[in-house]
Design a protein around this ligand. Structure first.
Ligand code: ZN
Length: 227
């Protein structure tokens, strides 16, 4: 009798490579592959390739990898000012006296901080929310670092708050929620410009992007300074 795992057709299994049956000659190998395949974007086959690659490397390489992951997980901090991932109580950006703490850019997570830092165009501080309001995913305002942001604004130390969340329904909802929370505070609230990507032809831009670009048009001289 065919075993349980052979009940599905090969075509069906190929469309879900993570569920492909594998016969392991070693339980230790199987465990390592199973753990590796829990990572996003890593299916069973890729996990097997990575594990076999590690096996071919010197043992010290694997120990170094596992130790660095362990240290990252147990020792990492979140900056107590902006909630960015940090090695110490304050992240390097918040601890840098050359940065302007009166201008705060609100972002979803550390990847956005890294993306904006790569532009070298922003010298203020950040506030990392840790996500966006998304009722569909069960994420409400209480799950995000919004209270500390509102307190920061109410303290009167911030002159401009830049809302730099992604242009999605969740991003817009979060922007609006924050905006309502700080309504009446003496702070300039701005949002990043939504527009046509550099190198894009106008005819290929979607209507929403093109429409926002027209609404948020800027003086030509300003465009010269930023190019
Ligand atoms: Zn910080």
């Amino acid at each position: 009798m065919a075993s349980e795992r052979h009940r599905f057709s090969e075509a069906f299994l190929l469309s879900f490579p993570q569920y492909l049956p594998m016969d392991f000659s070693s339980k230790l190998l199987e465990n390592a592959v199973n753990e590796m395949s829990q990572l996003p974007g890593i299916g069973k086959r890729t996990a097997l390739r990575l594990v076999l690659h590690l096996l071919k490397q010197p043992e010290a390489r694997t120990i170094q990898l596992s130790q660095s992951l362990q240290h990252m997980r147990t020792q990492i901090n979140f900056c107590e000012n902006c909630h960015n991932i940090s090695d110490s109580k304050l992240c390097e950006i918040c601890a840098n006296s050359n940065r302007d703490e009166r201008i705060v850019c609100v972002v979803e997570d550390i990847r956005d901080v890294m993306a904006i830092e790569n532009t070298s165009q922003f010298r203020g501080h950040y506030h990392v929310l840790g996500g966006k309001i998304s009722p569909m995913d069960g994420v409400g305002p209480g799950d995000l670092n919004i209270t500390s942001l509102v307190e920061k604004v109410k303290s009167g130390k911030i002159i401009e708050l830049i809302l730099a969340l992604s242009s999605t329904m969740e991003g817009d909802t979060t922007n609006f929620y924050i905006f309502k929370q700080i309504e009446g505070c003496n702070v300039i609230t701005t949002t990043i410009a939504r527009g046509i990507s550099v190198g894009d032809e106008l005819e290929y831009a979607d209507e929403v992007t093109l429409g926002r670009s027209i609404i948020n048009r800027i003086p030509f001289e300003t465009s010269l300074k930023s190019s």
